[in-house]
Ligand binder design. Structure first.
Ligand SMILES: *Cc1c(COP(=O)(O)O)cnc(C)c1O
Length: 394
């Protein structure tokens, strides 16, 4: 035979030997506070469904109603004949929710980042990304062909030096800074006000990925830019529809000009079938719940759980009164030990993902706890005591 099977098998073996092999775990239930795995019900601390909307009746009903009227598939790309009412309704809902002139939706957050960054930048431009931005922004930055510079995580003086370098050497280029509101594996937030000041001072543009802040932080869950009062000063805001909004897909919002530009230039938007009808209808309903009084109650209960978890000595990074992100890493370091910890927690009925290289740096493996509005105080008590046991065992 040819070398195909052998080559791939060898590369898999290297991953396995290094404790880095990934495997799918088949979940036998809907997404929720508990999930069924291997015939057992486990408390789920791994979902990004922060408000519990993935199974919310309003989203199910909206998806079903839209499917009755518009079918499942969109039939074509948006620019051919796939731009149906539900897509436009969703974009209007997102723009209104975010207080932006316009929004554009993509099939995923990943394709949103790739399409947007590659459209905005050309070969001689400069892109400056935080060291810990999500893989989709890293991949996009590389694909764009622009000059790529990385600044230390949330390191404002490194960012300033990099902006100065860009200005000194590439004064006529576009300069785009990309960062995240809430970092997906660390759960910390960007110093956004200071970054906005810097980018204005240097004449750079800012793209902000609000994936984990949307629905959680800011007025009505609008995100960190809203919470810090700088939403109107960020050129490009993006997010996903697959986390707090309970569905799937991604969005960009900003000025009408930005959206007109992207629908002409973003290749992942142009050359891809429009998102499915149930997906966009459910997402629009998710935006609606998020911005409603019910959304406010869900955020209140989510914040209560975050505070309860923060009392545990094992979780890091939660202080003060302001709303906090729902991601709490428990850093263990060693890859194999982290996998063992996750497995031991599963035996105790708690589902918490182990996160390893290349998602995080080598030797920085961790349990990544996420909380949702559906968790109860008792759930967090159980989690806290399991984590305390874990840190007590050498
Ligand atoms: C999840 C995530 C994305 C990707 O969004 P998908 O809709 O899942 O493709 C992008 N950026 C960040 C920070 C994320 O956490």
């Amino acid at each position: 035979m040819n070398g195909f099977e052998h080559d791939l098998g060898e590369r898999l073996r290297v991953l396995r030997d290094n404790g880095l092999l990934r495997e799918l775990r088949r979940i036998e239930s809907a997404q929720g506070r508990t999930i069924r795995f291997n015939g057992r019900s486990l408390l789920n601390f791994s979902s990004n469904d922060y408000l519990g909307l993935a199974t919310h009746p309003a989203l199910l009903e909206a998806a079903a109603r839209a499917m009755r009227d518009f079918g499942v598939g969109s039939g074509a790309s948006r620019l051919v004949c796939g731009s149906l009412n539900p897509h436009h309704d969703l974009e209007e809902a997102i723009a209104a929710f975010k207080g932006a002139q316009a929004a554009l939706t993509f099939s995923s957050g990943y394709s949103t980042a790739v399409g947007t960054i590659c459209a905005l930048l050309e070969k001689d431009d400069v892109i400056i990304i935080d060291k810990l931005v999500h893989a989709c922004c890293v991949d996009a930055a590389r694909q764009s062909g622009a000059r790529l510079r990385v600044f230390g995580h949330n390191d404002l003086s490194d960012l300033e030096d990099t902006l100065q370098w860009a200005l000194d050497h590439h004064a006529s280029s576009r300069i785009l800074i990309v960062t995240e509101s809430v970092f997906s594996m660390d759960g910390d937030t960007a110093p956004l006000r200071e970054i906005v000041e810097l980018k204005d001072r240097f004449g750079a543009w800012l793209m902000l990925d609000e994936a984990h802040a949307t629905g959680v932080l800011g007025h009505n869950g609008r995100g960190l830019a809203d919470e810090l009062g700088v939403a109107g000063r960020v050129e490009v805001q993006m997010g996903t529809l697959g986390k707090a909004f309970g569905s799937a897909g991604g969005y960009v919002c900003g000025s009408r000009t930005l959206v007109d530009f992207l629908l002409n230039k973003a290749r992942s938007f142009i050359f891809s079938t429009a998102p499915t009808i149930p997906q966009v209808a459910a997402a629009a309903a998710g935006v609606g719940v998020c911005a409603s009084g019910e959304g406010g109650l869900l955020r209140t209960s989510l914040q209560a759980r975050i505070r309860e978890l923060a009392t545990s000595a094992t979780a890091t990074g939660v202080q003060g009164e302001a709303p906090k992100p729902a991601i709490l890493p428990v850093i263990i370091g060693d890859e194999a030990r982290t996998m063992e910890a996750a497995s031991a927690l599963r035996d105790q009925g708690l589902f918490i993902p182990a996160i390893r290289f290349p998602t995080v740096a080598r030797g920085r493996a961790r349990l990544r706890v996420t909380l949702t509005a559906n968790h109860t105080a008792d759930d967090v008590t159980a989690l806290n005591s399991a984590l305390a046991d874990l840190s007590a065992t050498p």
